[in-house]
Design a protein around this ligand. Structure first.
Ligand SMILES: Nc1nc2c(ncn2[C@@H]2O[C@H](COP(=O)(O)OP(=O)(O)OP(=O)(O)O)[C@@H](O)[C@H]2O)c(=O)[nH]1
Ligand SMILES: [Mg+2]
Ligand SMILES: [Zn+2]
Length: 309
């Protein structure tokens, strides 16, 4: 039987089959085939094959191939950690204040996403952005990402947000305290716990502690736990540039095919950043992401990758 994972807590997976029946499942045997060594072999949104052992319980035999996913580097475990999978779209929720807008956090979220459409959502539109913040937020639109401003508190533009969700499964991702669960509550009329903001630190308190899949009328949402910090997963550093579409047309002109746009001679991307043709904070954000990969293991060091043509 095939089903979708709605929730995953302590190695117990809530799986719904095509008939809408719910089973609480464990993995059959010690490890899931083809997922050995993974931090969390089954995540919310995964499609799994399972065998029922009763009318309410079952054993997962395998995980079907993932279409897309959102993953981060888990620094404590020193492993990549997939947070949710098989969504069509991802909304990176941000806020103007409490917590403050951090565009480099948004850039990292984009770099943590694989094979999904990305929207940057400014929640708490009842709190004004500074001119600089607004400019940086609007830049995402120029770069080809969708952007939207909403307020879970006042309900402003919630209908606009809903229209983006229709016909899709969308994951809500972002810093703790930006209002992901508040938005899900508004959109779906559910009543998840939302967090008090820590006044001392001006940020969220990690109110949501596991991902959950919710179904609305004609759409579904995966709410995820917020992070204070997020690091991009350990992977080929050349993939990072995919999160920076403004490099695309420039990189064809770089001297080296394998250019990582750091300090290689004849790099057109660095040249464009120096000449103000691309946003220098985005370029700096890109360099910081590459640096974070380098710190981990010599294997992925850009020196190893810097082959000439
Ligand atoms: N002013 C204002 N406050 C909001 C808005 N939306 C949410 N909040 C407040 O922001 C705080 C955090 O909201 P949550 O929905 O728990 O945030 P979250 O992103 O789910 O946080 P985590 O679960 O920790 O990741 C709560 O105190 C909400 O009342 C909004 O549109 N405007
Ligand atoms: Mg939450
Ligand atoms: Zn280059």
């Amino acid at each position: 039987m095939t089903g979708t994972v709605y929730r995953s807590i302590n190695n117990i997976y809530t799986v719904k089959n095509e008939a809408g029946e719910i089973y609480l499942c464990r993995i059959k045997g010690k490890h899931l085939k083809d997922a050995e060594g993974e931090y969390n072999p089954i995540v919310v949104g995964d499609l799994v094959d399972f065998v029922p052992t009763s009318s309410t319980e079952g054993l997962v035999i395998s995980r079907l191939e993932r279409k897309g996913y959102f993953a981060r580097w888990n620094a404590k475990k020193e492993m990549n950690q997939v947070i949710c999978a098989n969504m069509d779209a991802l909304i990176c929720v941000t806020s103007a204040m409490t917590p403050p807008f951090r565009p480099r956090f948004v850039d990292r979220v984009i770099a943590c996403s694989r094979n999904v459409d990305i929207t940057i959502c400014m929640n708490k539109s009842d709190i004004l952005l500074t001119e600089d913040e607004f400019e940086r937020f609007s830049l995402y639109k120029k770069l080809g990402f969708n952007i939207i401003s909403v307020s879970a508190k006042t309900g402003e533009n919630i209908d606009g947000l809903k229209s983006l969700l229709l016909g899709k499964r969308t994951a809500f991702v972002g810093q703790s305290g930006v209002g992901k669960s508040s938005l899900v509550n508004r959109l779906l009329n559910v009543d998840q716990r939302v967090g008090e903001l820590s006044e001392k630190y001006n940020r969220g308190c990690h109110t949501t502690n596991h991902a959950l899949l919710f179904e609305g009328e004609g759409f579904s949402i995966i709410d995820t736990p917020g992070f204070r910090e997020i690091s991009v997963p350990h992977d080929d550093p050349h993939l990072v540039a995919k999160a920076f579409p403004e490099f695309d047309s420039l990189s064809a002109g770089c001297t080296y095919d394998s250019c990582l746009h750091v300090d290689e001679p004849g790099c057109k991307v660095r040249e464009a950043a120096e000449n103000g043709l691309i946003n220098d904070d985005r370029y700096e954000s890109y360099l910081r992401i590459l640096e974070s990969l380098e710190d981990r293991s010599p294997l992925w060091s850009r020196n190893v990758q810097k082959n000439s043509k």
